[in-house]
Design a protein around this ligand. Structure first.
Ligand code: C2O
Ligand code: CU
Ligand code: CU
Length: 483
């Protein structure tokens, strides 16, 4: 018997020190679900007289009792740990002021947002300590659960791990009747992050190993040992795997069916029934689950087939109230998705070691020049162990996985895809129209240690016809960041 299950059976579980495992073994049976799930506050400013929604975000250090009675050093955005949930609608003009009150340079990247490259918050938009960066853009994409996190080259893993991340929810005017949508009540963000605590309750920053840190201490929205009180017959969960490397296969302890309604970049064409859903770092899925009055059920992470999927995890206890407000039936149809367009051009990305196509990331090198508005096929050919792949700015559709059509829930709009070892995934990519030959967007493995080690490349969007005259080197001599 494994030590943890022994402790659980003997009732000593509460005494088991956190952080003494090797990582990715699981945490089954050791939690007592004592802490109400934290719901990040919403930041949804009224537009000013100029019609612009202004968001003020301040990156800062803080202290958070992740474990009771053991305040830990954490980082947060407008708070001690994590950030607020930002909210905007399609058509909104949004303006951010990102102030860096940390002791080192960082950035904020809007993962999943379609915007000009200079506003993207990647490693070319560093914000020095004490500086403010003010990107501004018009939200022009369907409703989706997106998120934001730092992207300083070589330091992303530690910045995210310390707590810099938040949700960015986008709404639009499409009819979502039947989908629960009351934030914090029946529409619940779940930011799942594995951590490793020291005996003192601090975040252990041992990023050794092939994948970096894999922890067995789980935070949901920054809450350790969480429960959520369900008050409605159905609840929609917007799940983000905000872990550095850990892949979670999420489902309920009693194997109940739920419906997947959205992936990274928006709604699926219809609700897809499932009992498990695998989510790799950076991916989001929205699911809707049903509850009976008075019941208790655990949301779990189920053991996966490899080193980054780990053991069995207890994630969140759902405690249904004795009376539940009725929820409407799920709609039969969601988004009207056109079939994916296979553009004529295919680019191949070989993933191995921590490089893409054999090259480590070079901030001065433009790897790919793409005409604005292009449709292309990107072939992600993973030669070795598990990776995933995220492309900034775009939306893509998975065409096939090792030649097979993807399962239905992976046929919707996405920006990040899990690419298991020795697997080839082809995606149909739709590029945006904001051209800027001198400011690249990133594509990379979203296992943050791999990203930091250079498993990242850069592309620029250029006016069609100028691909061949676009310089492939950037002059970074003015690359000082924002002061
Ligand atoms: Cu979630 Cu390049 O980022
Ligand atoms: Cu991104
Ligand atoms: Cu990787």
């Amino acid at each position: 018997m494994r030590r943890r299950s022994f402790l659980a059976l003997t009732g000593l579980a509460g005494l088991a020190p956190a952080g003494c495992s090797a990582g990715a073994e699981g945490n089954e049976g050791i939690l007592s679900f004592r802490n109400p799930l934290r719901i990040p506050p919403v930041l949804d400013p009224e537009p000013g007289p100029d019609g612009v929604k202004r968001f003020a975000l301040r990156l800062r250090e803080g202290r958070t009792e992740l474990l009771p009675g053991k305040p830990a050093r954490t980082w947060g955005i407008n708070g001690d740990h994590l950030g607020p949930t930002l909210r905007a609608r399609r058509g909104d003009r949004v303006a951010m002021t990102v102030t860096n009150a940390l002791g080192e340079a960082s950035t904020l990247h809007w993962h999943g947002m379609r915007l000009p490259a200079a506003m993207d918050g990647g490693p070319h938009q560093m914000v020095e300590p004490g500086a403010t960066w003010s990107p501004e853009w018009t939200v022009d994409q369907p409703a989706a659960t997106t998120w934001f996190h730092p992207h300083p080259h070589g330091r992303t893993a530690v910045h995210v791990y310390r707590g810099l991340a938040g949700m960015f929810l986008l709404d639009d005017d499409s009819d979502t009747t039947g989908l629960p949508g009351a934030y914090g009540k029946d529409d619940i963000p779940l930011i799942i992050q594995d951590r490793k605590f020291t005996e003192a309750g601090e975040l252990d920053e041992d990023f050794g190993g092939t994948f970096g840190l894999l922890g067995d201490d789980i935070l949901i929205n920054g809450t350790y040992d969480p429960y959520f009180r369900v008050t409605t017959g159905r609840v929609r969960f917007g799940i983000l795997n905000g872990s550095n490397a850990h892949v979670f296969t999420v489902g309920f302890a009693d194997d109940r069916e739920f419906h997947i309604v959205a992936s990274d970049a928006g709604l699926l064409s219809r609700p897809v029934a499932a009992r498990r859903i695998r989510i790799s770092p950076g991916e989001r899925f929205e699911i809707v689950a049903s509850f009976e009055p008075g019941e208790h059920v655990l949301l779990k992470g189920f053991p996966g087939g490899n080193e980054i999927e780990g053991g069995a995890y207890d994630l969140l206890k759902l405690t249904a109230a004795p009376r539940l407000a009725p929820s409407p039936a799920l709609p039969a149809r969601l988004a009207a998705l056109a079939p994916p367009v296979e553009g004529e051009r295919t680019r191949t990305f070989k993933l191995y070691g921590s490089h893409i196509n054999g090259k480590p990331m070079d901030l001065a090198r433009i790897d790919e020049v793409v005409p604005a508005g292009a449709r292309e096929v990107w072939e992600l050919d993973n030669i070795t162990f598990s990776h995933n792949f995220h492309i900034h700015e775009v939306v893509f559709r998975i065409l096939d996985i090792d030649g097979d059509q993807p399962p239905e829930h992976l046929r919707g709009p996405k920006d990040t895809v899990y690419v298991p070892g020795k697997t080839k995934v082809r995606v149909a990519v739709e590029f945006g129209r904001h051209t800027d030959p001198k400011t690249p967007y990133m594509y990379h493995c979203h296992i943050l240690k791999h990203e930091d080690k250079g498993m990242m490349g850069q592309f620029v969007l250029v006016p069609p016809g100028t691909e061949n005259t676009t310089p492939r080197r950037l002059d970074l001599s003015h690359h000082a960041g924002h002061h």
